[in-house]
Ligand binder design. Structure first.
Ligand code: V47
Ligand code: SF4
Length: 396
């Protein structure tokens, strides 16, 4: 729900932003038109200042991250030909196609040597050979080997795929996965909800209302989730606002979303990038900051807005901490999806590097768990080294 955000209107250079600043001061909800104004105003600093005020009202100077590890068990995907923005997927017999055995997943889960992993983030392709049993066996084995680790796994698109191939309801699939160890759902697969956009970039993929429906079902079962929006491809400002409105509506209904994460489209090594004639970085720093800031302002019922430093770079993420962002992607360890489409960022960050990033922006770092409970705050001299996970205590 919107809350009163004290904001000094004199900080705004664009008069069109004033009514939005007034709404913040009055604790009023922003409209779709307000969102369009935020996306189009030339006064990015004004937009950022409002988002910063909204963020500070909730989180002060605290910036959180999780010690997490990404695992992508299969890149085989039935949508390989129609998700034209994806550079990660392969057809079963194509060069580079892989599906991990259980032993390979377990070996991958042991890779975070020296770093404490508290969360596995597990997503992959829509693989006909990776049905419910593949994942239930995997989750059970991971929980047996790493009992303290939270499993955030399978996008709404993957849940719907498993339900389809197993001829089960989505609720039954979610229940069976939870019994096997699934804790929360990640936000991937949302792309941009607009049917016209999906037809161009992700034809045949689960539609926007179905994405919302899977998350609603999960929330009703008590499984919380994240949500995303892929921007910077063919979508319009109206498409972005329609997408954000659908997320805000579901959050009003269930309160089940933990965080919103805008994802910057990367054009390398994928068909869409070639069609659009783009290489290198596709989105501008302006647009990246604006998407994060608008997310913070429009999604007034979301507690957390996360910057995915892998996609927008660690440097821009530092700036984003003053544009409404209170959470950053964690240690990650080994990232594959964006590194298949031209990301030049590191594949993971150590705890000391994350602390340096956050402190360098004048913020106070805190490690959190997957439900955003703060596990430890770091004093100015603490390096994060030699601090075993078992000693961590929930402090907030
Ligand atoms: O849905 C695929 C995106 C997403 C490209 O929930 C691309 O905590 C850019 O959702 N350019 C999956 N993006 C990743 C994801 C995510 C990441 C970090 C944290 C969380 C979370 C979720 O990756 C896909 C798609 O939108 N993606 N290809 C590309 N060329
Ligand atoms: Fe498959 Fe996901 Fe890539 Fe689409 S984005 S082709 S569903 S792996």
């Amino acid at each position: 729900m919107p809350r009163v955000v004290p904001f000094d209107l004199d900080r705004l250079r664009d008069p069109a932003l004033r009514p939005i600043g007034e709404k913040l001061n009055a604790g009023e909800r922003l409209s779709l038109n307000d969102g369009v104004t935020l996306f189009t105003s030339p006064d990015l600093n004004g937009v950022g200042a409002m988002a910063d005020a909204a963020n500070r009202a909730r989180h002060g100077d605290r910036v959180t991250f999780a010690s997490n590890q990404h695992i992508n068990p299969t890149n085989i995907c039935v949508l390989r030909k129609t998700c034209v923005f994806c550079g990660y997927a392969r057809l079963p017999k194509e060069a580079g196609a892989y599906r991990y055995t259980l032993d390979q997943v377990l070996a991958e889960s042991d890779r975070a040597d020296g770093t404490i992993t508290r969360e596995f983030h597990i997503v992959g392709g829509l693989d006909m050979q990776a049905g419910l049993a593949y994942y239930t066996e995997m989750f059970r084995a991971l929980k047996a080997r790493h009992p303290q680790v939270h499993i955030k796994a399978l996008t709404a698109v993957e849940i719907a795929h498993i339900a389809r191939i197993e001829k089960m309801s989505r609720a039954d699939v979610l229940t069976a996965l939870r019994e096997a160890g699934l804790d929360t759902l990640p936000g991937g697969g949302a792309e941009t909800f607009s049917a016209a956009v999906r037809e161009q970039i992700a034809d045949k993929k689960l539609g926007g209302t179905d994405y919302i429906d899977v998350h609603r079902t999960a929330h009703q079962l008590g499984i919380r989730s994240n949500c995303t929006m892929l921007y910077g491809h063919v979508e319009t400002i109206d498409d972005r606002m329609q997408h954000l409105a659908m997320l805000r509506d579901l959050q009003d209904e269930t309160g089940g979303f933990l965080a919103y994460i805008p994802l910057a489209y990367h054009p390398d090594d994928n068909e869409l990038g070639a069609t659009l004639g783009r290489t290198g970085t596709s989105t501008t720093g302006f647009d990246d900051l604006r998407n994060l800031a608008v997310g913070r302002l429009f999604l007034d019922n979301f507690e957390h807005v996360k910057s995915h430093w892998i996609m927008v770079t660690p440097s821009l993420t530092q700036v984003a901490l003053h544009f409404g962002v209170n959470d950053i992607e964690g240690t990650v360890v080994r990232e594959k999806i964006y590194h298949a489409v031209g990301a030049h960022t590191p594949q993971g960050m150590t705890l000391p590097q994350l602390l340096q990033l956050i402190r360098g922006a004048g913020k106070q770092p805190a490690e959190r768990d997957s439900f955003y409970r703060v596990l430890r705050e770091f004093g100015p001299e603490e390096t994060g080294e030699n601090q075993p996970a078992g000693d961590a205590m929930a402090v907030a």
